[in-house]
Design a protein around this ligand. Sequence first.
Ligand SMILES: [Zn+2]
Length: 342
Amino acid sequence: MNLQDYIAQADALERDGSAALQGAADADALEAARIAFLGDRQGQVKTLQEALRAISKDDKPAAGKRFNEARTRLESLHAERKTSLDRATAPAAAEDRSLPARRQWRGAKHPVTLVIEEIEGIFRELGFTVAQGPQAETEWYNFGALNFPPNHPALDAHDTMYLEGEGLLRTHTSPVQMRTLQKYVPPIRVLIPGLVHRRDPFDASHAPSFEQIEGLCVDEGISFVDLKATLNRFAERLFGASRTRFRPSFFPFTEPSAEMDVQCGVCGGSGCATCKGTGWIEILGAGMVHPKVLEAAGIDSERYSGWAFGMGPARIAVSRYGIPDIRILYDSDVRFLEQIAE
Ligand SMILES: [Zn+2]
């Protein structure tokens, strides 16, 4: 073979090889082109190299130079194409890492949910389980079974949201106490969180729908000592309160009844804005379950006795997180929720 023919072959090889390598659409096509042109066994570059043997001694340096140029060019085109295909199939590697990361909003629990869960945790340790019930109730479960006299002001249409036809939206979670008493045989220890509804205005300290949490303990030989000991322990855990006090109160479904206060954790009892200068914060109402309530559920009130309490976790959240207006809890404004999210 003369030098001109050899160089013409090298030119054709370089042209065809460049087109095949640069035009390879994906990794498989590129590999096929590599084998066809740069393959060790039957690649066209290898064949051109072998053809050098047929070149005369005088022409060999020029032919060898042209061969090396063609091979080097095809090898570098192969490497370039491989890099760009790898980048396209691995998007992470193609990201511009100099850009600031996109901020992600992580979902979080509502402040009232956090308080409820903490209360549940404390009572679970004391052997309580969680019970739930319907929000639409009958008058009997909401009032009658709980010893409300027929003329009690809570029954007034101005205080309660009655449903069309019959029934009402429960004004407290106490109907679930009744349903639990009917369903289970003592000993009973349940915690009842849930939404309740009252015909209240929606203002800075009231809402027509809010969370309540009640507790009920019924067994043989339960006395007010059990109530005080359990609730003192609870106050110590939730508020770190070293002192509590019980003031006489009235509820139709408990007898005797009491309001429980914890010593203000902010001022230590000397009086501040949080406790409105009294040194105490009212947290819950409690009492011994009225025998008529036990009897209404078919439980022998001579044999069994019990105690119950109820409180508003939103009120605890308001004082814990220093929330000036209860309506903020209903706004679903993530700027607020983010500050409290854990
Ligand atoms: Zn105080």
